[in-house]
Design a protein around this ligand. Sequence first.
Ligand code: NAP
Length: 307
Amino acid sequence: MDIALLGIGKIAVDQHVPAIRDSADWDLAATVSRNGSVDGVPAYTDFWQMLEERPEIRVVSLCMPPVPRFDYARKAILAGRHVMLEKPPGATLSECHALEALAREHRVSLYATWHSRQADKVPAAKAWLADKTLKRLRIDWREDVRQWHPGQDWVFEAGGLGVFDPGINALSILTQILPVPVHLTRAELNFPANRETPIAAECTFCHPEGAEVSMVLDWLEPGEPVWTITAETDQGTMVLENGGGTLTVDGQTDESLPGLTGEYPRLYAQMADLVHRGGIDMDLSPLRHVADAFLLGRRVTAPAFDW
Ligand code: NAP
């Protein structure tokens, strides 16, 4: 199937272009971006023009930041195109609900992707936790924003999520591996004095069976990132590290190898399947936790942040 990629920036270049190039399902038939392009691929700056001139492109994948994404998604659905959304699927829950309703009305596929759910060991972690009694779970998601988002001011502008931009990856794994849903009960959000989104956060969740569930996010972690979920249960301790790429149970590393390699190749395989089935996959639970943190979170002013 022909696909167009919109918003040619860091993630499009790092992950989407290679995943599409290496997939038997997809041909990258066009890009739409105000400045970016991909060698050898017809490049548009005007989305309307692409939609009009390229009716054979039935699928679009949106890689721009969350705030501008809604307008592109809406136009695409109204033009009868299937839509794949980078995470988070929108800047607000209401936008996402509106897109889902529109996709149902226009009978197109819509996929809210959560790339971290496709990490190698997430299915094994989910399977291991399924029959255990959880006592305590802690998310540690700490990285250096200067290394992972160099100069990307949108992450510190309203709607850019701040440290929840990586934190939502942890929440996408949490909501995938826990056999029961949790909900947020407390949050403390550290906003740099000169920015509109938090640079660090601590959250606590209510677990229906009384387990202690907490999350620490920090964007000023020097050196190697820490992307770890530790779950203590009645039958041992599971440590999911490396953003879901490494799983250890009571010190024993899970060496099993998944089939298809890579988070983004798996996302594109799932999008192909969704389009074939005419399906919609809009699980908003990770974004709901973030929205709750912003609703309930106590705001603390942190030192100003500059790149
Ligand atoms: P980015 O490089 O800053 O932005 C992607 C592209 O979007 C930009 O190059 C720009 O292309 C376009 N864009 C920016 N602002 C726009 C606007 N107001 N209207 C229309 N287009 C706009 O961001 P990114 O790191 O690729 O992240 C994009 C999305 O992917 C985010 O939702 C992020 O959470 C997610 N993501 C990022 C990473 C990562 O490691 N960076 C990993 C996984 C997921 P033009 O100037 O050419 O239009």
